[in-house]
Design a protein around this ligand. Structure first.
Ligand SMILES: Cc1cc2nc3c(=O)[nH]c(=O)nc-3n(C[C@H](O)[C@H](O)[C@H](O)COP(=O)(O)OP(=O)(O)OC[C@H]3O[C@@H](n4cnc5c(N)ncnc54)[C@H](O)[C@@H]3O)c2cc1C
Length: 318
């Protein structure tokens, strides 16, 4: 028992980025245990998804043909059966809405420990040490799991995506879904209001916080987004005020993002905000307060008034 089984996630016909990150986390654990990395893809265009998931470090991709959308009972049954077949030391699932829906059921079904919200994992003296965040991301806790196999849900944005170019074996999984035990039917997928944009998929995010002062000032930030091709996101107060829809919120109670560039404007850098964006490759902050905590995580910073700096940036990009 030294292999790792990661379960990919897809939505509306595309593999989600978190899936590629699971491959990196899974590969690291498989190396630590000295085993293979298996990846499962359940439903959707399983063959195309399997080709996409055949990336660096993947040994086997298992495909389960079933419907297009996520279904709790189908995923639970499929993953339990695959786990019985692969006999992994660790199951790696996404800490997403879907992952958190079926991971506890899988852990219960297999009678194995579950660690959620994992941001790091290592193997020391044969024991798995899973690092998770608690108390609104204020505290990191190392959980020693000596009772493998176990189930981990790993947080999006904490691992890099696995590179392309794998040579995995692709197998149609020998899984039988008991239709009688499928208690729900998924009739479609509907984005929440304003759901035209998924900020988690953006390469360049311009994020605005309470420093913007008034709703009408958002036009300035939208202009910056337009000239730079960036996607607009925000801290929570902007969403709480109803100035932007909830799908634009970055942070602990919003979305976790990992863009190439994250430009934080008028955002203080509270732990609940940073929890959602610290995985960005390059973080740039504009803030009048030189002691704002956002500068602790920023790669580049401008101590200045956004009402001076942003128009200058717009002009420069134009
Ligand atoms: C359970 C819980 C969950 C939460 N979840 C989230 C979450 O998901 N996402 C999130 O963002 N927050 C979340 N919060 C709220 C979080 O604690 C902070 O209150 C919030 O992130 C602060 O937002 P802000 O940085 O925009 O505002 P502020 O903290 O008010 O910061 C505004 C910043 O703008 C700067 N500023 C002011 N004027 C200018 C100017 N003219 N030019 C440049 N800079 C200027 C100020 O110096 C300041 O640093 C959560 C809180 C709790 C308790």
């Amino acid at each position: 028992m030294s292999d790792v089984l990661a379960v990919a996630e897809h939505r509306q016909g595309a593999v989600r980025d978190v899936s590629y990150q699971l491959l990196t986390a899974g590969r690291e654990l498989a190396d630590a245990f000295g085993g293979d990395l298996h990846v499962a893809v359940v439903g959707g265009d399983a063959d195309a998804f399997a080709a996409d998931l055949d990336r660096e470090g993947v040994d086997v991709v298992h495909t389960v043909a079933y419907g297009d959308e996520f279904n709790h009972d189908v995923y639970t049954q499929a993953v339990e059966q695959l786990a019985a077949d692969v006999d992994p030391a660790v199951l790696v699932l996404p800490n997403s809405v879907n992952g958190l829906d079926y991971a506890p059921a899988v852990a219960r079904g297999l009678d194995r420990p579950l660690v959620t919200n994992v941001v790091d994992a290592a193997v020391e003296d044969g024991a798995l040490i899973a690092t998770r965040e608690r108390y609104g991301s204020k505290v990191e806790v190392d959980v020693a799991v000596d009772d493998v196999p176990c189930v981990l849900t790993v947080r999006e944005g904490e691992w890099a995506s696995a590179g392309a170019g794998g040579s995995a074996e692709i197998r149609a999984a020998d899984v039988t879904i008991d239709e009688g035990a499928v208690g729900s039917t998924v009739v479609g997928f509907e984005e929440v209001a304003g759901g035209d944009v998924d900020i988690a998929e953006a390469d360049f995010l311009v994020s605005i916080g309470r420093g913007i002062e008034e709703e009408e000032n958002l036009a300035l930030i939208e202009e910056l987004c337009e000239v730079t091709g960036a996607t607009l996101s925000s801290s929570r107060p902007i969403v709480d005020k109803g100035w932007l829809p909830p799908n634009r919120q970055v942070g602990q109670s919003g979305k976790t993002v990992a863009p190439d560039v994250y430009l934080a404007i008028g955002i203080s850098g509270a732990v609940q905000h940073v929890a959602g964006m610290k995985g960005a490759d390059t973080i740039i902050a504009i803030n009048t307060d030189p002691d704002a905590p956002i500068f602790d995580v920023a790669d580049y910073g401008v101590v200045g008034d956004l009402f001076d700096v942003v128009p200058a940036l717009v002009e420069a990009f134009e």
